[in-house]
Every structure is written in C-alpha cells, then in structure tokens.
Design a protein around this ligand. Structure first.
Ligand code: F6R
Length: 326
C-alpha cells in the first residue's frame, strides 16, 4: 500500500523525466490559423485536458473543448487540433472520439503509455508521445501533463512552462499537509471548495478521493456555489460532511464562504495551495490531495490501487459499444 504513496512522493522526478519525452512524427501547425483545441480523455487522463484547457485558452485565445465522452461536439472539425490522452491507450470513450476526429479531418495527436491509441497513431502516421508504462493512470499525472505539453509545444511552437512545476513538487512540507488533511477527512465526506480559476484542481481532488480512498466526494466552485449549493448546505446533515477550502490567494469571496460554512456548523479546513503560477498551483495542489487520498485509504484500511468498479464499468462500456455495432 505504501507503493502508491511512494509514486506520489517521487512526482518531481517523474515530471523531470517526462519533460524529455520524444514527440514521434511531429508536424508544425500554424497556431495563428487554428480554430480551436479539443482534449479527449477520461478520468485520470482526462484531467490533463481540464488542467491544460484554461492555460491553453489563455495563451492562444482560442476555444478549447474538453471531451469526456464517446463523441465530439459538432463544432469540432477541420481547423481544430484534437489531442487524445489515455494512459492505458485503451479507453473506449477516448478511442471512439479519436476515430471520429480522424474521420472529420481534425488534426489529431495522442498521448498514452501504449495500447490501441499508440498503435492506431503509428498506423495512421499521427504525432504521438509515449509516456512511461507501469503507473496507475491517476498517479502518472506529471508524465501525462508533461507528455501533452511537449506535444503541444512541438506542434504549435509555443512554450507552456510546465518545467517550472518541478520546484513546487520538491516542497518538503507537502507530506505533512497531506497527513493533516487525511486525518481531518477521516470519517467524513470531503467537499472541496475552489474558485473557478482553479476548478480543475477541485475536480482532481474529488477524483483522487473517489479512486484512492473510496469515498464519495464533491467539488464546489465559486462564484456558482453562491447561487445554489449554498442553500442546500443550510439543510443538509452535519455529521458526515467535511469542507476543504483550496485557497490559491487572498480572495474576499473565498473568505466569506469559509466563514459561512463555519457559521452553518460544518467542519472546515483551509489548505493553502497558492504557488507562483496557475500550473504550479494546480500541480502542487494535486500532489497534496493525491498523497492525502492515499494516506486516507490507509487509515480506512482500503487499497488505494484497486478500482474494481471502474473495471466493471469498462466491461459494460464494451458491451454497450458492441450492441451499437461499433
Ligand atoms: C485509474 C484512473 C482512471 C483512468 C480512467 C481512464 O487509475 O485514474 O480514472 O484514468 O479509467 O483510463 P485511461 O487513463 O487508461 O484512459
């Protein structure tokens, strides 16, 4: 069980190594005439699209879609770039959307550790990055993020600055923060509160506690939560819910909501994830919540590596596609 925690502890090295990933079959696209970028991927691979979408959108000023389904939105077509990300390379939603993108004449590229995504990319002569094998997809976030960044940098001749995250993953205090968070969450249902500028971190936190610690979890985003969930919290049972505010900087609304949750008598812990840039903040925060979710798994006596229910779902997805004749 400690194996999973060790993989998180070594994230800085994983990132450094993946920054040297080779882009196979790289072509140059004209970023100036690109109409949009779509990231295709599910779960621990799909989160890479969530994280990079805000960054890429800000840098290129283009529409960015994150596709977590079997099919692409209608507006994704010629002039778009689609990047399919699947750690195993065999996730059906991602493969189906990838094939649809190829059919539509979208410029397509892939990131995986192997599987059908790599073999199909080779066969079709599409650019791809093959990341190291042997991880659980969710623990390979630095490799997937660096692999995808390298791909985008080569294809679009841009620099995403992911290398600046290595130092954030060397923070010696992070494990202590993770321990405290895990102990706080023991016996509760985690509800993560984030401002919308770091929504991908909230989503990642929720997913990590689902998969590693086997607990249901929720993510609340400001300002939207102030218009609906805030009312729901008035009347919900207090005994299970534990709020975690992921704070990236001073924010008046985040401060308000932190006090308000306290006023409603819910336990609340604030974790300061703020670092110098968006990418550093999200990766550092993902590191802390990842370690905390594995520590909580240990405290709860569950194996963080097992995700039996995802296996069941994937079998059902296969039968579903077969029934559709695909
Ligand atoms: C398992 C995990 C899952 C997978 C998801 C998609 O560790 O994190 O969320 O990432 O089932 O599979 P891949 O990543 O292989 O495309």
């Amino acid at each position: 069980m400690s194996g999973a925690l060790d993989v998180y502890i070594e994230w800085a090295s994983q990132l450094e190594k993946a920054l040297r990933s080779t882009v196979v079959g790289a072509i140059k696209l004209d970023a100036g005439s690109l109409r949009g970028v779509a990231f295709l991927g599910m779960g621990g691979s799909g989160i890479v699209g969530d994280i990079l979408s805000k960054h890429v959108e800000g840098m290129l000023g283009l529409p960015v879609a994150t596709v977590k389904s079997f099919s692409l939105p209608r507006y994704v077509g010629r002039g778009w770039l689609a990047v399919a990300i699947s750690y195993s390379g065999n996730t059906l939603e991602t493969l189906t959307a990838f094939q649809e993108a190829v059919k539509r004449g979208v410029a397509v590229a892939a990131v995986a550790s192997g599987g059908d995504l790599i073999s199909m990319s080779r066969k079709l002569g599409l650019p791809y990055v093959k990341v190291d094998e042997g991880y659980l997809p969710r623990t390979a976030l630095p490799a997937l993020l660096a692999g995808t960044s390298r791909l985008l940098e080569e294809l679009l001749s841009i620099s995403l600055g992911i290398e600046e995250c290595v130092s954030a993953l060397r923070d010696r205090g992070a494990l202590d923060v993770a321990e405290k968070l895990a102990r706080f969450l023991l016996g509760g249902i985690p509800v993560f509160v984030v401002p919308d500028r770091i929504y991908p971190l909230g989503l990642r936190a929720k997913n990590e506690f689902n998969e590693n610690a086997k607990v249901v979890s929720k993510v609340e985003v400001l300002p939207e939560l102030g218009h609906n969930d805030i009312v729901g919290w008035e009347g919900s049972p207090r005994e299970w819910i534990k709020f975690v505010v992921l704070k990236d900087r001073y924010d008046q609304l985040l401060d308000f909501i932190t006090s308000y949750i306290g006023e409603l008598s819910y336990p609340v812990m604030t974790v300061d994830v703020g670092r110098l840039s968006y990418l550093q903040t999200v990766l550092y925060g993902s590191w802390v919540v990842g370690m905390a979710s594995v520590i909580l798994a240990k405290l709860r006596g569950v194996d963080p590596r097992e995700t039996a229910s995802i296996g069941r779902y994937k079998e059902a997805a296969k039968r579903f596609l077969e029934s559709q004749g695909t």
